[in-house]
Design a protein around this ligand. Sequence first.
Ligand SMILES: Nc1ncnc2c1ncn2[C@@H]1O[C@H](COP(=O)(O)OP(=O)(O)OP(=O)(O)O)[C@@H](O)[C@H]1O
Ligand SMILES: [Mg+2]
Length: 305
Amino acid sequence: MTHKSELAALEIENLTKCYGTFEAVKKVSFNIFPGEVFALLGPNGAGKTSIISIISTLEKLTSGSVKIFGVDIEKETMQSKRLIGVVHQEIVNSGFFDVTEILDFMSGYYGIYKNSERINYILHKLGLYEHRQKKVKQLSGGMKRRLMVAKALVHSPKLLLLDEPTAGVDIQLREDLWNFVRELQSEGMSVLLTTHYLQEAQELCQRIGILDKGQLKLVGQTKEIIKQFSLRKILIKTKTEESHYEANAFFEKKDQGYYSYFLPDNNYLGKLLQELSLKAEDILDIQTQEGSLEMAFKKAIEMKS
Ligand SMILES: Nc1ncnc2c1ncn2[C@@H]1O[C@H](COP(=O)(O)OP(=O)(O)OP(=O)(O)O)[C@@H](O)[C@H]1O
Ligand SMILES: [Mg+2]
């Protein structure tokens, strides 16, 4: 798939953000292609929220540029704001209005006055329909988070920014939300999300970026990053226990009768068995575990910049 001729949904170039003298985001560049779900991952304080706040023009960038479908957020701020929907990490909602009223106000903010069809669709999708007449202060934390997602979607944005939308929500909503994101994606929406649940990012996102201390350490196809930066684990249960099984360079640990080894790829399996002088009749069981994004993430963070 080539995206080169298409206008990027999001184009970030050499983005730097300073809070006083502290550089929170350092020359970050990456693109999100139309219709793509992209995750920005990184430890606490990496700069993820800072980047999202800049894209949504809540914070001003220090240098560099951000374009949404070619629209420069600094030069054409109003136009760029219409193209995005944003769910902030911090829950903020005015407590005295009910759910439907808030979504009506939000639509009005974008100049849309007859939006009940879209609003009802979103309420159903996010499991909020039965709570639509509740005032915000009567909602639980998870419901407030859903309301924030609903608010971000009333004007059918082309790029959705989700800053840890699943923090503090139950498993059911997490699944529902990700299924909804998949549905929005199939309708052509592009999504930038941050999450600390790496398994979810691995399942949901075509590409990811790994950020640490303001620097983008890695960006690429999720599958490729896992392949390149994580190791396959082989577990072998042997007939007898020999000390040289543990003396191997790939050896990780011995646990419940299984010796485990980390291998760069499958081509090493034969080599390993040879080094251990293991023949078929010496082996009771052999299992392999694929590399995970979690493993790749840890390695990327350890990488020198
Ligand atoms: N308004 C601000 N003034 C000063 N420093 C700030 C401000 N906002 C963020 N920072 C600092 O910038 C760095 C990046 O913060 P940011 O909130 O972008 O991180 P994050 O990746 O979103 O972290 P988390 O995973 O905890 O949400 C941190 O060191 C933080 O203390
Ligand atoms: Mg954050």
